[in-house]
Design a protein around this ligand. Structure first.
Ligand code: GSH
Length: 211
């Protein structure tokens, strides 16, 4: 059955789910919520996600939320599409580490930068400069993991690359990826994937607009 995706626009966290489904050649149907009209806080949508956030998916009447959990679930459910290493693969541990680490320990820096971007200039520059310093070990860890490989896990494209690329694209938006040739070429490689182009995974990040 076709999976329904609740979202605001192409550049929100639903993009990860859409990109993964495209990579797997699976059907989905977009259900757009109007951010300006606060449709994600409507009584109807709060029944879908009581936290009033997107993405959420509906599959056979079952609702799932949390972009990382949705991607992990879909990749494992459709193992024949090879978007995750099998449970007994030696690569599984690192795969799980990164699937959790990206939303739990990397994404919060982006949220911090977003909040900083709303501050008056002087304060903003200070918070941003601190964010750049704090983000450096994260970028080093990613660069070390990649080494000479093209992809993060076993040098084979996986759901981790989708989660990470979407987060690094966000980081790029805040100019946090200065002088990082390994990461630049990683992003360029992912940008050229047919599924990423189709879903507009690397379009400029803009706030959700009114319909
Ligand atoms: N950890 C959640 C974060 C969900 C989230 O914050 N989504 C944003 C859009 S990308 C949202 O719905 N914001 C509206 C709000 O929280 O009011 C996930 O990865 O799905």
């Amino acid at each position: 059955m076709t999976i329904k995706i609740y979202f605001f626009g192409p550049m929100d966290r639903s993009g990860r789910v859409r990109w993964l489904l495209e990579e797997m050649g699976m059907a989905y149907e977009d259900h757009r919520l109007d951010y300006q009209k606060q449709e994600h806080k409507s009584e109807e949508y709060l029944k879908i996600n009581p936290l009033g956030a997107i993405p959420a998916i509906e599959e056979n009447g079952e609702i799932l939320t949390e972009s990382g959990g949705i991607c992990a679930y879909l990749a494992d459910k459709h193992r024949d599409k090879e978007m995750s290493p099998s449970i007994d693969s030696p690569l599984r541990g690192k795969y799980m580490q990164w699937m959790f680490m990206i939303p739990a320990s990397i994404e919060p820096y982006m949220v911090e930068c977003f909040r900083a971007s709303q501050l008056p200039e002087e304060e903003r520059n200070k918070v941003m400069a601190e964010a750049v310093t704090k983000f450096e070990p994260v970028l080093n860890m990613i660069t070390d993991k990649l080494g000479d490989n093209e992809y993060m896990i076993g040098n084979k494209f996986s759901a981790v690359d989708i989660m990470l690329a979407s987060t690094l694209h966000w980081a790029n938006n805040f100019e946090l990826l200065q002088n990082k040739p390994t990461l630049d070429s990683y992003i360029e490689r992912l940008k050229s994937r047919e599924a990423a182009v189709k879903v507009g995974a690397f379009l400029p990040i803009t706030p959700p607009k009114e319909d």
